[in-house]
Design a protein. Structure first.
Ligand code: DGL
Length: 272
């Protein structure tokens, strides 16, 4: 594996771009390949088994592109597949999303922490192990948000409908004394301004993307795989409609040209 090889990043749609943007900023010399599996979104309403199969196929496709490290920029896919792909490819470096309960529990003064995520993320053993390891003495309110990923994909980042949904979920959590809120789905940072407006200044909102970028940086340096100089690049792939990615790419300051269409055929993904 060589330092000039690309980093692969994937999610079910545009959510993982919130992680990719932070990685790009932290590692400007790296070549980043981003895949959004819009053909199968939302992952959060599917079984972990199904998401695991998609994730395994995406990993194969990214490895075929020569990726030196793969970031599963999706909490649901990390819950479903991180352990399995690490076992299947022990030589490959994987970084996944883990709900940031640890910093939330450490910083909470009320000892009431909220976590918003997809239903599937809460069902995974990863979430259970995070609670066991980091939530002793803290009350963790788990709140799945059905429909929020779809609203975000539709570009409704600040619509009355999205605000209504979020208020319905967040206001009861606030009433219970939550002072830390963990965004455990990579789509949710896209509605962070709205979430912060609802929660007010008393609540700290935690997005683990910067910690993930630091972890990527640390692992690359440790293995002598960091691209040391020159301009990096950013290439997006989608199994859905390329035009649908453009608004979020622009919002996050990522290149919005040359989005390539990737095809699924009999459970096999090919990135052009
Ligand atoms: N961004 C994915 C996550 O972090 C969204 C999952 C979905 O497609 O429902 O969980």
């Amino acid at each position: 594996m060589v330092a000039r090889a690309p980093i692969g990043i994937f999610d079910s749609g545009v959510g993982g771009l919130t992680v990719a943007a932070v990685i790009k900023q932290a590692l400007p010399s790296e070549r980043l390949l981003y895949f959004g599996d819009a053909a199968h979104i939302p992952y959060g309403d599917r079984s972990l088994r199904e998401v695991r199969a998609f994730s395994a196929a995406i990993v194969r496709a990214l490895l075929a592109k020569g990726c030196k490290l793969i970031v599963i920029a999706c909490n649901t896919a990390s819950a479903a597949a991180l352990r399995h792909v690490r076992e299947a490819y022990p030589m490959v470096v994987f970084v996944g999303m883990e709900p940031a309960v640890k910093p939330a529990a450490e910083r909470s003064r009320s000892h009431v922490v909220g976590v918003i995520a997809t239903q599937a993320t809460f069902q995974g053993e990863l979430f259970e192990s995070v609670l066991e390891r980091f939530a002793q003495g803290t009350r963790v309110i788990e709140r799945p948000c059905p429909g929020l990923v779809q609203a975000i994909e539709a570009g409704e980042l600040d619509s009355p409908g999205t605000e209504r949904m979020l208020r319905r979920w967040l206001e009861p959590m606030l009433a219970e004394g939550m002072d830390e809120l963990v965004l455990a789905c990579t789509h949710y940072p896209l509605v962070r301004p709205l979430i912060e407006r609802i929660c007010g200044l008393e609540v700290e909102v935690i997005d683990p993307a910067p910690a993930v970028a630091r972890q990527v940086m640390r692992l690359l340096h440790e293995r002598g795989l960091a691209a040391s100089e020159g301009n990096g690049s950013f290439q997006s792939f989608t199994s859905g409609e390329p035009a649908q990615m453009v608004p979020v790419l622009r919002l996050l300051g990522l290149p919005d040209d040359g989005i390539a269409r990737a095809l699924w055929e009999n459970g096999v993904l090919t990135l052009p």
